[in-house]
Design a protein around this ligand. Sequence first.
Ligand code: ADE
Length: 246
Amino acid sequence: MTRALHIGLLGAMPEEIGSDLSHLRQLSSSTHGDLTLHHGVWGDGIQLTLAWSGWGKVCAARAATRLLAAAPDLDLLIFTGVAGAANSDQNQWDILLADAVVQHDMDASPLFPRFTLPPLNRDRLEPEPDWFTWSVQALKSAAGNGELQGFGGVSSGLIATGDRFIGDASLRQELRDALPGLQAVEMEGGAVAQVAEQEGIPWLLIRVISDGADESAAQSFTDFVQVYEQQAWRLIEALLRRLNNP
Ligand code: ADE
């Protein structure tokens, strides 16, 4: 018999996964300072370890490291939550899967080209192709089945991470100019991807657009996450359901 899959799930805020853990059975938790890791079983035995990391790259990297240490048998680490649109084709509620992630505030030039992560000697990190293809197909099939009503379209593209909330159209444009193909900005995914990459664990980054990364971003974000909290788990379940039946 094959071992049950063990999935790690991180979001910055409770609103980004849904703070209700009643979907899980056999719940247990461990506390590490101000971080709690929750473990439970979903569906036909999928093991889930999940946590709310807090905002920003340091919190995200710390939570990812703790989660990986607590779950040495982890098969996949998913970071999910909301993001600001960097491309006008992306609208509120659209689902975006990173086909690559870059840390827009990493700059060790002139020693390394701008954005390059020195330990990996690369700027863009890409998810493992099989997991990435599975996740795109899973969410497209869920959307096609009507399981994601209220969400927008499902697409994939470049996401940029940095320790800055982008609420300024000119800054958004600068990032777009520096990072061709940029679709969205957020504050954690690149850090989690880097930890997972350095630890040799497959990762996925899945975001839902909450705002336009412009002058109205703070208000849009605040309003959006209040509503999103009730919807976030549907996105996760759409994926988990297809782990049993890909
Ligand atoms: N997460 C959601 N919206 C964001 C924005 N505008 N900038 C950075 N992170 C975000």
